[in-house]
Write a protein that binds this ligand. Structure first.
Ligand code: MLT
Length: 273
């Protein structure tokens, strides 16, 4: 697997790069790593140069000690992506796909660096900030995983990440998600939860994202439900929404449909130079 290590002050980012052509970047969700995009990397890399980073503190990317207490803001992960693209000498605009937490990061990237973006895919994500109880629950989970020195407390999320039908009829998908969660460092989980707890509501800024946007949502997603995604898609000047059967983890629950949707969108963006 072509893995690149990108040094940063006090940390290092690990990124998988496959294929050639227009860059398509895939940002994973929480508390996961780039392996969640395995099916999409396979399909998209036949036509495009796919860049799949582990966000700071997840997978094989490390974090700075100070990140644990301060948390990592979504803007911080977005700036890491600029560091990553520059290190890979990717200066042309990319198609960026962000899943859930990766979507929170993708909004920040799109708002801060529109000239680096050719098209945006937001998959099972949200634009609102957390309500107070949700933010408090994140801060509590940060404490719990750090106290346990383990990702195990985060396993409770599986119930919401996957549709009941997926958990019952495809235990191998549930097992893959479980293994992925368990291998995440507690420090990375805590830093992300503390960052997400104070992420901004971006709904008022979505009108400023001028590039074409594709939304993808699982029909049974309970974290970023189809109705909520339809509302945020309506706030974007040039966007459409595709619904695919399954829960929140559409890229793993329905890999073919998600790969096809991103592939078709990427093709449409690569023909527009
Ligand atoms: C994710 O899938 O990335 C998480 O559900 C995002 C979140 O916790 O808000």
């Amino acid at each position: 697997m072509p893995e690149h290590k990108i040094p940063m002050e006090g940390a290092s980012l690990s990124v998988e790069v496959r294929g050639a052509g227009m860059p398509v970047v895939l940002l994973h969700g929480f508390p996961l790593d780039r392996a969640m995009w395995a099916a999409q990397v396979e399909t998209l890399s036949r036509e495009f140069r796919v860049v799949a980073p582990d966000l700071r503190g997840f997978g094989k990317s490390t974090l700075r000690f100070a990140d644990i207490d301060s948390g990592i803001a979504m803007e911080g992960y977005a700036e890491d992506l600029i560091v990553t693209l520059d290190a890979l000498s990717i200066f042309e605009p990319v198609v960026l796909a962000g899943f859930s937490m990766g979507g929170y990061v993708a909004w920040q990237f799109a708002l801060r660096h529109p000239q680096r973006l050719r098209g945006l895919v937001v998959c099972d994500t949200r634009a609102v900030a957390d309500a107070e109880p949700a933010a408090a629950a994140r801060l509590a989970m940060a404490e719990t995983v750090l106290a346990a020195s383990s990702a195990e407390p985060a396993l409770a999320m599986i119930e919401k990440l996957l549709a009941p039908e997926t958990r019952e009829s495809r235990p191998q998908v549930a097992a893959a998600v479980r293994d992925m969660i368990l291998r995440q460092p507690s420090a990375g989980i805590a830093a992300a939860q503390r960052g997400m707890a104070r992420r901004p509501d971006v709904r008022g800024e979505l009108q400023n994202i001028r590039c074409p946007v594709l939304g993808i949502v699982g029909t049974s997603d309970v974290i970023s439900p189809p109705q909520e995604m339809a509302e945020l898609i309506a706030l974007l000047p040039d966007a459409r929404l595709v619904e695919v059967p399954g829960g929140h983890m559409a890229p793993m629950e329905n890999p073919e449909a998600v790969s096809e949707a991103i592939l078709e969108f990427a093709r449409s963006r690569s023909s527009e130079t």
